[in-house]
Every structure is written in structure tokens, then in C-alpha cells.
Ligand binder design. Structure first.
Ligand SMILES: NC(=O)c1ccc[n+]([C@@H]2O[C@H](COP(=O)([O-])OP(=O)(O)OC[C@H]3O[C@@H](n4cnc5c(N)ncnc54)[C@H](OP(=O)(O)O)[C@@H]3O)[C@@H](O)[C@H]2O)c1
Length: 296
């Protein structure tokens, strides 16, 4: 069965491509950074006619749409580009997915919520406070309005053991700084549900196998502040926690606003899936094993 992944060079998509090759003919879509796993296929999702060609060539039974402009501040300062990739790109993917009668998994985000309440359930009212969240919510609507069989999988602060698409993720950045004995300032006043990429991959593969439809919060199971997350990373990897200095979000000047508490309630996924959202301590232990595996 043919599986097309968009964003297969990214933090999440690269791990999905790696694991999915065991059971599927994987086509790994990328734009600039060639992916390490699957059959690489280059395209810009905002190029309507190219997406038509890609679907003709690949003829996917399943599409996982993970490609996006994920830089939240860049989305704020370059709204045109964010709209082009996150909304128009998704429009192209959903049209072809429908025409192909394929099953679609769309990877979305906790940033569709405003962050005033936290512990969001799938049916809670989205209300994005930055342009990235706005475009991802528009894309969710395109998926719902166009595709017959879809799953919208919302994640939150994805992290993992290896750099991807030319950049390190938050957890690897913390690890690198602490290993160099450098101090880092981390905010104590933002909470979310950090998601280990390989945990998200296992949950996505189950969604595909069982053709689960609707919206699912497939994030990590633990609500945690950025600061406490960094402290747990230090503890898990036996590094010096004292190098992590607490700070407030008001000390930083980002272009895009961040939700205060965009943590996701994962009860639906816990009840439905065999591959459950992991608690943060389990996920960091898993990441530790993966870091050592990839070093060897
Ligand atoms: N990272 C997070 O904390 C987080 C949290 C919640 C939800 N999400 C969602 O999860 C998904 C995966 O995120 P990620 O962090 O794995 O992404 P990422 O590492 O930033 O990678 C982005 C991917 O999108 C591709 N891409 C970007 N523009 C493209 C274009 N115009 N045409 C085709 N491909 C394009 C990139 O390809 P090239 O590198 O080859 O250009 C890359 O493979 C995204 O939809 C994101 O919105 C992410």
C-alpha cells in the first residue's frame, strides 16, 4: 500500500518515514532537505499542478500531511508565505486526496487554542491567538470540508532524539547547552503537552492501520511548563539542573504571541489507542535510549 508523507524531512515526518517503511511503500515528500527514509519525492505543496503530478505518480491510499511553515514567528512576520504553505498547500493536498479516495491524516497543533484554559479536549472551541495557529485551524477546516475519511491529529511541542530539516528541536537544544555547561533561561509561565516524535509516530501508524477518523489529541500525556520540562531533561540525562535559570515570558520579545496554557487533554486517545500518549517521564526515558542508539 502506498503511503505519501508530506514534510518527510521534518522532525515528525522523518521518524514516520523511517518506521513506516516496514509496512508500506513510503513516498517521502520534501521541499529543500532530502529525507533519509522512503522514496524521496520533491515538491512545493503550494504548487497546485505539481501536487497533481505527485498524486498521479504515487497513487497513495494514505496521505499523512505534516508539511507546514512551523516557525511561529516567521508566520507572524510573513503572513503571505504562511497562508501559501499552511492553507493553500493544504487545499492542494486535500483536493487530490479526495480525488484519489485516499485516507488523510492531518497533523495539527495545540496552537489552535487561545491558551486561557488549558487541558483542551478535541471538541473545545479553537480560538488561535497567532497567525500560525490561525492558518493551521483554516487547514483543519479544509480537511473537514473536503475529505471523506480523515483524522486530524493535534500535537504539541514536538521533540526527538535527532535533528531534522536542518534544525535541532527544543529538547536537543536544552541537552546541547547543558552538556556544554552553558546557562539557559527558560520560561516558567507557559504550559503545553510535549510530544515525543516517535510516540506520535506509533499513534499515527495505529490510526492508519485502524482507519480511525475524527479529531484526536495525540500529544504527550503530561501538562508541563517549559521550565519543568527542561529540568526533567536535565534529570533524565544526569546533567546540571542548576544551569537552568527561571524566567518569565515577558522578558522575551517574540513576533508572535504564545498561548499561556495550550496543554491538550489526551483522554480520548488513551481510551481508543493501544499505543497511548506517554507520560513525560516515560517519553524522556524513551528519548534517552533513542539518543544513545543514534549515536552508535
Ligand atoms: N514542531 C512542533 O512543536 C509542532 C507542534 C504541534 C504541531 N506541529 C505540526 O506538526 C507537523 C510537523 O512539524 P515538524 O516540527 O515535524 O516540522 P519541521 O521539522 O519544521 O519540518 C517542516 C516540514 O515541512 C516541509 N515543508 C515546509 N514548507 C514546504 C513546502 N512549501 N512544500 C513542501 N514541504 C514543505 C519541510 O520540508 P523541507 O525541510 O524539505 O523544506 C519539512 O519536511 C506540522 O504540520 C506542524 O504544524 C508541530
Amino acid at each position: 500500500m502506498n503511503l505519501l508523507i508530506t514534510g518527510a524531512s521534518g522532525l515528525y515526518g522523518s521518524k514516520l518515514a523511517e518506521k513506516a517503511t516496514a509496512n508500506y511503500a513510503v513516498y517521502s515528500g520534501y521541499c529543500q532537505d532530502p529525507p533519509a527514509f522512503g522514496n524521496p519525492i520533491q515538491f512545493d505543496i503550494s504548487d497546485r499542478s505539481r501536487i497533481g503530478e505527485v498524486f498521479k505518480k504515487v497513487n497513495p491510499a494514505v496521505v499523512v500531511h505534516a508539511a507546514a511553515l512551523t516557525d511561529v514567528d516567521k508566520c507572524e512576520t510573513n503572513k503571505k508565505l504562511a497562508w501559501q504553505i499552511n492553507v493553500e498547500g493544504t487545499r492542494n493536498i486535500v483536493k487530490e486526496t479526495k480525488a484519489n479516495h485516499a485516507f488523510l491524516v492531518y497533523i495539527s497543533t495545540d496552537y489552535v487554542f487561545n491558551g486561557e484554559a488549558g487541558n483542551y479536549k478535541e471538541n473545545d472551541q479553537p480560538d488561535p491567538i497567532n497567525y500560525y495557529g490561525f492558518t493551521k485551524l483554516k487547514a483543519e477546516k479544509l480537511v473537514k470540508d473536503t475529505v471523506d475519511d480523515y483524522c486530524i491529529a493535534r500535537a504539541s511541542v514536538i521533540y526527538g532524539s535527532t535533528p531534522a530539516a536542518g534544525k535541532v528541536n527544543y529538547a536537543l537544544w536544552v541537552l546541547d547547552k547543558l552538556r556544554r555547561n552553558e546557562q539557559i533561561k527558560i520560561i516558567t509561565d507557559q504550559w503545553n503537552s510535549p510530544t515525543l516524535n516517535t510516540n506520535l509516530v506509533d499513534m499515527t501508524l495505529e490510526v492508519i492501520e485502524r482507519r480511525l477518523t475524527g479529531t484526536f489529541h495525540l500529544s504527550g500525556a503530561t501538562r508541563i511548563s517549559r521550565y519543568d520540562f527542561a529540568a526533567l531533561i536535565a534529570q533524565t540525562f544526569d546533567l546540571n539542573e542548576k544551569l537552568i535559570k527561571p524566567s518569565a515570558s515577558a522578558e522575551f520579545s517574540w513576533s508572535a504571541k504564545r498561548p499561556t496554557d495550550s496543554s491538550l487533554n489526551t483522554a480520548k486517545a488513551q481510551q481508543t489507542l493501544k499505543n497511548k500518549p506517554l507520560q513525560i517521564s516515560q517519553a524522556l526515558e524513551k528519548m534517552k535510549q533513542e539518543v544513545f542508539k543514534y549515536k552508535q
